[in-house]
Design a protein around this ligand. Sequence first.
Ligand code: UAG
Ligand code: ATP
Ligand code: API
Ligand code: MG
Length: 493
Amino acid sequence: MRETSKKLSSLGLTARSGRNPDITGLAVDSRDVRDGCLFAAMPGVITHGARFIEAALNQGAVAVLTDAEGASLAADVLASGECAVVVSQAPREALARTASLWFGAQPGTMVAVTGTNGKTSVASFVRQIWTLLGHQAINLGTTGVEGAWTAPLAHTTPEPITLHRALAVAVAHGVTHAAMEASSHGLDQRRLDGVTLKAAGFTNFTQDHLDYHSSFEDYFDAKAGLFARVLPEDAHAVIHIEEERGTDMAAIATARHCPVISVGRQIGDLHMGQVQVDPTGQTVAFRYLGETFVRRLPLIGDFQAENVMVAAGLAIACGDAPAAVFDTFESLTTVRGRMQLAATRENGAAVFVDYAHTPDAVATALQALRPHVLGRLIAIIGAGGDRDATKRPLMGQAATDHADLVIVTDDNPRSEDPATIRAAVLLGAPDALEVGDRAEAILRGVDALGPGDALLIAGKGHETGQIVGDDILPFDDAEQASVAVSALDGRFA
Ligand SMILES: CC(=O)N[C@H]1[C@@H](OP(=O)(O)OP(=O)(O)OC[C@H]2O[C@@H](n3ccc(=O)[nH]c3=O)[C@H](O)[C@@H]2O)O[C@H](CO)[C@@H](O)[C@@H]1O[C@H](C)C(=O)N[C@@H](C)C(=O)N[C@H](CCC(=O)O)C(=O)O
Ligand SMILES: Nc1ncnc2c1ncn2[C@@H]1O[C@H](COP(=O)(O)OP(=O)(O)OP(=O)(O)O)[C@@H](O)[C@H]1O
Ligand SMILES: N[C@H](CCC[C@H](N)C(=O)O)C(=O)O
Ligand SMILES: [Mg+2]
């Protein structure tokens, strides 16, 4: 996409010197600054971006957006007055709005979904529903940009410059509808404050990310920002009302005059009646405002049906006819790495790959599989390094509570000692088998499968690499599952 030049003032920014230079690009990292750029020097978790203002100026920055702390930190460097300095009390919001104005285009129909678990699933289901209804649609999040236009993304909710560049390119490719994930980091850092939403969704609220957020309340407040701040007044909120904090979230939306479509298992504008489970899916009597729609979902797990309801609520909130939305259900496909049937042994035992990486997700995924399993349910779990350490024993406990055999292995150790992470998981799963090497753990898990058994490989879902230190080693759970099944069932000549 060609980035032309724009006056600083046309990006909604006023320099304290009154300077109004032509801006030829935006950068949030000094290393990305080019001649004529505006450098956004943001207060970070590790350091303050203002420490890199000198480097940015040396690389040709003509304007700096920062906060009072940043301006004071870089006072000496900025003293010459040659650079336009914008000091904002809310620099991250300012960056989000500036990025939105700079790139200038976003799909006319956009929704965002937040919640501890289920964001990728809901965003994908919304995109699938829209596509089946004939819209040019994408979803953006953990699995990148998918749908009518595709691109990789490094974050679940990208920082505003990356986000708005992606949205503008999508529009240039004819995309009219976009469903995005709003992570708690993304909301806290105001990454999506420049997006104009038609509706927003909430799936659930359980433990994760307590390494970043100082408390559960702080984590909730970050998520609530979607309804308290980002969602425009009068735009729809689709809320899983039966989940923890669902009613609080609905009250926040209602206080801002956002109409609420409530979703639930047993109550809500959209909820589930009778459910009939089959080996590869479920037939559900969905109830929407007094009408019943009996539809088969080719998806395993109550939680997937709940995610589909949130997705349907979002599509309805954006104007599609409810009956047409329900008619798409039978064509929905599972999201890669979410309850994905990765391999089947000759004796019929199934191997599923799932992205459960929180205590609630591990419990939910195992409980969802249970009705489909006649024999034993085996779980392979691990926890990521440099992430919430308090969730590790709770993940072990959840696996112990809901599986018959647990194997504890490595996830993405990142900078941490993998044995220390496993030890923390094992605190909650003292009877588990410990197998550090993930490929060997999968082989052992597959080997243990008898007729009627099932194996859940949790934690890495769609990921295709294992992050060890600064390296990303190729690793794909679904592929390893197939390799293990082939090796054990003698399909290798
Ligand atoms: C904790 C966190 O979210 N950090 C993100 C945040 O970094 P930060 O602002 O705290 O960075 P910092 O290191 O303190 O540096 C401060 C500033 O100096 C700048 N800088 C730094 C070095 C340099 O040479 N020049 C320079 O300009 C940085 O760009 C930054 O703006 O802003 C950066 C730029 O936008 C992000 O890359 C970075 O993501 C880090 C890498 C990360 O791992 N984030 C994860 C935890 C994350 O965001 N995950 C969520 C949730 C996933 C989920 O749903 O579970 C996601 O949405 O992906
Ligand atoms: N509605 C739900 N309730 C509980 N657990 C869920 C729900 N939806 C998904 N999960 C579990 O969470 C895992 C991750 O799902 P998904 O990727 O959709 O969540 P996410 O919120 O996007 O996660 P992330 O925080 O990594 O972006 C799934 O593999 C499943 O185990
Ligand atoms: N978006 C989540 C994904 C976690 C996936 C798990 N495999 C891990 O590495 O912890 C995070 O960054 O916390
Ligand atoms: Mg996600």
